[in-house]
Every structure is written in structure tokens, then in C-alpha cells.
Design a protein around this ligand. Structure first.
Ligand SMILES: Cc1cc2nc3c(=O)[nH]c(=O)nc-3n(C[C@H](O)[C@H](O)[C@H](O)COP(=O)(O)O)c2cc1C
Length: 230
């Protein structure tokens, strides 16, 4: 039996026998594949070293991203790579903008969110690499039908595709011993983020990459009631 077949057989069996353990971690297989190990090992790094990321690893991560599946193979992403001083300039700029907004007339919940966004800026301030992922409506095609959310089906599928691209990069980073943090808090300082890429494309995420200063730990709990067997 090939390794891959053995893995699939093993993971199928373990899912049937023991869908999820009580502590929320997913079913363990005695012979997990390298990829499933990376899924288990990945976590959001919030303490990075300034140690540079080797070019070869960065290239590997970026290529994992562009290999992602995408709706109608539209590959609707642009991945902008920022390093060193550029990262600090951008994160300081975003932090100042968030700070400014905290002086506005905002409620307690908003203030809490702004504070968390500031914390994110602090975390990623000195990371060696910051990826800025932009959405590009690259190849026109007709929408099948408007969705109930009002988002066009084309855009919905494009954003889902970009999620696949980002997850590929993050798992490849894990494989290469790098920590990562998927960042959405740039939204609190969107105008500053936008200036950094010098383009009017919509920014849909950022990803910080670098070596983790903290010890790896298991992922936080996950809820199996999100899975519905029909
Ligand atoms: C789209 C997206 C945006 C996120 N934005 C942030 C962020 O701005 N700051 C942050 O600290 N974590 C951010 N995270 C990380 C989540 O908080 C994290 O994935 C979640 O708490 C689960 O923890 P884990 O990644 O360690 O398993 C983001 C994750 C995703 C998928």
C-alpha cells in the first residue's frame, strides 16, 4: 500500500471511529501525513523573532500560495511582499491611524476592537516579512446569479479562493519551521494599508511570517458541533 493510500485509509477509519476527542482536538491518526501534521502544528504566532526568513523559504511559501485552487482558475490574488523597514513603516502608520480613531466618539465595544487592532500592529511591527494579499478581478465572467448576501457569486468565489491561497502559504510556512499570523486588523487603518501597495486593488488580508519566539503549543479547542452529517 502506498504511503498516501495508507494515510487516507487511516484518517477515514479514525474519523469514523473517533470523530473528535473531548478536548476539541481532531482525531489522531498513528501515521499522519506531513500535511496533516502541519495542520495540527499550525497556530497563530504572536511573538516573532526579528531573524530574517531565508529567501528560499519565502519563495517556497509564495509558490505554495499560487498553487492554490481557485474558482474558474481565476487566481484572483496579488501577493505583495514587504520586508524590514517597510514593515515597520507600515505598521507604525497603521498604529497611528488606529490611535487617532480611538480619540473619536466610539463606544466601549469599538474601543475594545481598536485596542486589539493596536495589539496586532505591535505584534507584527518587527516581523521580517509581511505579505499583503490583494484581490484582483482578473478575468471577466458572467455571474451565475446574485447571491442572497448581495455579494456577486464571482466575488464570493474569488474570496474563497484567496482563503485557499493564504492557507496554503501558512501551511507551507509551518512545514518550513516558520511561524505565521493571518491579519485582518489592517481594516482599522485601511487607507494606510492601501497606500503601501500603491494600487487600488482591494486588500483582503495580510500575513506576517517569521520565526516564532514562543514554544509551539497545540491549537486551541475546536468545536465539533460545527460539523453536520447530512
Ligand atoms: C481572516 C483572519 C483574520 C485574522 N486577523 C487577526 C488579527 O488581525 N490579529 C490577530 O492577532 N489574529 C488574527 N487572526 C488569527 C485568529 O485570531 C486565530 O486564527 C484564531 O484565534 C484561532 O487560533 P489559532 O490560529 O492559533 O488556531 C485572524 C485569522 C483569520 C483567519
Amino acid at each position: 500500500m502506498t504511503f498516501l493510500k495508507q494515510y487516507y485509509r487511516c484518517s477515514t477509519l479514525s474519523i469514523q471511529m473517533n470523530p473528535f476527542s473531548n478536548d476539541g482536538t481532531d482525531a489522531m491518526c498513528s501515521e499522519p501525513s506531513i500535511m496533516s501534521n502541519n495542520i495540527r502544528l499550525r497556530y497563530s504566532t504572536r511573538d516573532f523573532l526579528t531573524k530574517p526568513v531565508p529567501d528560499e523559504d519565502l519563495e517556497g511559501v509564495l509558490h505554495a500560495g499560487i498553487r492554490a485552487p481557485s474558482s474558474k482558475n481565476r487566481q484572483p490574488w496579488n501577493i505583495h511582499v514587504l520586508k524590514g523597514d517597510g514593515v515597520r513603516k507600515l505598521t507604525d502608520g497603521m498604529a497611528s491611524r488606529i490611535q487617532e480613531k480611538m480619540d473619536w466618539d466610539i463606544d466601549d465595544d469599538q474601543a475594545k476592537d481598536f485596542k486589539m487592532a493596536l495589539r496586532t500592529m505591535e505584534i507584527i511591527r518587527d516581523v521580517p516579512v509581511l505579505l499583503i494579499i490583494g484581490y484582483v478581478d482578473r478575468i471577466p465572467y458572467h455571474n451565475a446569479a446574485p447571491t442572497e448576501t448581495g455579494v456577486t457569486d464571482r466575488k464570493l468565489m474569488d474570496l474563497v479562493s484567496i482563503g485557499a491561497c493564504i492557507e496554503n502559504m501558512i501551511l507551507e510556512a509551518t512545514e518550513r519551521g516558520l511561524g505565521s499570523l493571518w491579519v485582518g486588523d489592517y481594516l482599522y487603518a485601511y487607507d494606510i494599508a492601501s497606500e503601501a501597495i500603491d494600487s487600488d486593488e482591494e486588500i483582503v488580508s495580510m500575513v506576517a511570517l517569521g520565526y516564532a519566539a514562543e514554544e509551539r503549543r497545540p491549537q486551541s479547542g475546536r468545536f465539533s458541533d460545527r460539523i453536520h452529517m447530512l
